[in-house]
Design a protein around this ligand. Structure first.
Ligand SMILES: NC(=O)c1ccc[n+]([C@@H]2O[C@H](COP(=O)([O-])OP(=O)(O)OC[C@H]3O[C@@H](n4cnc5c(N)ncnc54)[C@H](OP(=O)(O)O)[C@@H]3O)[C@@H](O)[C@H]2O)c1
Length: 327
């Protein structure tokens, strides 16, 4: 048996209940993992609220770390007793114990704690594919400007540090002075408090009127229009989230008017669709974390029983860096 956080219908944080679930043996291609820590992500909010409709009942959670208890037939990259961490479909990490597909589960290097593992897989692999695989025409070179919204958040603080390590000038937006200072202290070259300042005007000032080569936009509805205006000709609008709501539909003609822009909507799960790609990206992430180029900040810890408070804090923009649920 395992404690698990389930919803029976979409809605607010109050829909989440702790229930007891039966956990069996892993089938072909699966493992059973006993969690040591669980990562909280904004996608959990979309799946809970119904922005992303899901089948019910649903155990939430896409990220975790723990010890492999058993492996099913055909699993060769993991064995019982291994320390492991993952970002993976299907949801189910808000639990003590689960059976899940092995494909996206990676062995966790000894130098990385379980808590850090749970705090970094989904957010760190996202920063990896954004900065290394979601690129404008001609790629990004050292010195290039990129605009990254919600820079003091979970994905954001990892991206600030990783961008600096790559020599990029990341312009980070955040919703308060404290958050801006945090993003700056972790590698953002410039910061903009978009709750108070016009971020388009500031981006143009910082870049000498040129604009940026890429905007990484996870805020969505509230930032979409102005983000397009921050791009230089042929620039790339890389949309990867909707923390303020989904952007409104748009007519493609606007992209021509604003300078032959490119638009893409990316999701991590396309990038980690094969075990090989997932492992390659995870190795890259493990390297920047163990070398100290990127530190994983866990700024909030909530016991699993306080999962409602954890969701409320994330939705109310009260968190910075990563948040974990502890067991
Ligand atoms: N597509 C993918 O592959 C992928 C993967 C991982 C994450 N994501 C997306 O990346 C974003 C960051 O994820 P995360 O888990 O690290 O969360 P997070 O950045 O720690 O939290 C979201 C942040 O978004 C900002 N925000 C702006 N408007 C908001 C609003 N109306 N309501 C709530 N927050 C608002 C807040 O920062 P400020 O107060 O500074 O504005 C908030 O702290 C999310 O949109 C998530 O869905 C996408």
């Amino acid at each position: 048996m395992s404690k698990a956080v389930q919803i029976r219908q979409h809605g607010g944080a109050e829909q989440m209940e702790i229930v007891d679930v039966q956990v069996g043996d892993p089938g072909p291609g699966e493992i059973r993992i006993r969690h040591k820590a669980i990562g909280l992500n904004f996608i959990d909010v979309y799946q809970r609220s119904g922005l992303y409709p899901m089948a019910m009942p649903l155990t939430l959670g896409m990220e975790g770390s723990g010890v492999v208890e058993a492996v099913g037939p055909g699993v060769t990259h993991l064995k019982a007793g291994d320390r492991a961490a993952y970002a993976s479909h299907p949801p189910g990490s808000y639990s003590e114990l689960r059976v899940m597909p092995a494909k996206n589960v990676c062995r966790l290097p000894d130098a990385i704690s379980f808590e850090t593992g749970a705090a970094m897989m989904l957010k760190g692999l996202t920063a990896q594919y954004l900065l290394k695989r979601t690129l404008p025409q001609g790629g990004l070179q050292a010195g290039d400007y990129v605009l990254f919204h919600a820079a003091a958040g979970g994905v954001g603080l990892i991206a600030c540090q990783w961008a600096k390590a790559l020599g990029l000038q990341l312009i980070g937006t955040a919703g308060s002075e404290e958050k801006c200072q945090l993003a700056k202290s972790l590698g953002a070259a410039h910061v903009i408090n978009y709750a108070k300042e016009d971020f388009k005007a500031r981006v143009m000032e910082i870049t000498g009127g040129q604009g940026v080569k890429v905007v990484y936009d996870s805020v969505g509805k509230d930032t979409w229009d102005k983000s397009l205006d921050c791009l230089r000709p042929f620039g790339l609008m890389a949309s990867f989230g909707n923390s303020s709501g989904a952007p409104a539909p748009f007519a493609p003609g606007i992209l021509g008017v604003k300078g032959s822009l490119y638009v893409t909507r990316q999701t991590l799960f396309t990038h980690i669709a094969t075990r090989e790609a997932n492992q390659q990206m995870a190795d890259d992430l493990f390297e920047v974390v163990t070398s100290g180029k990127v530190q994983i900040r866990i700024d909030q810890r909530f016991p699993l029983a306080q999962v409602r408070e954890a969701h409320q804090a994330l939705e109310a923009r009260k968190t910075t860096g990563s948040t974990i649920l502890t067991l």
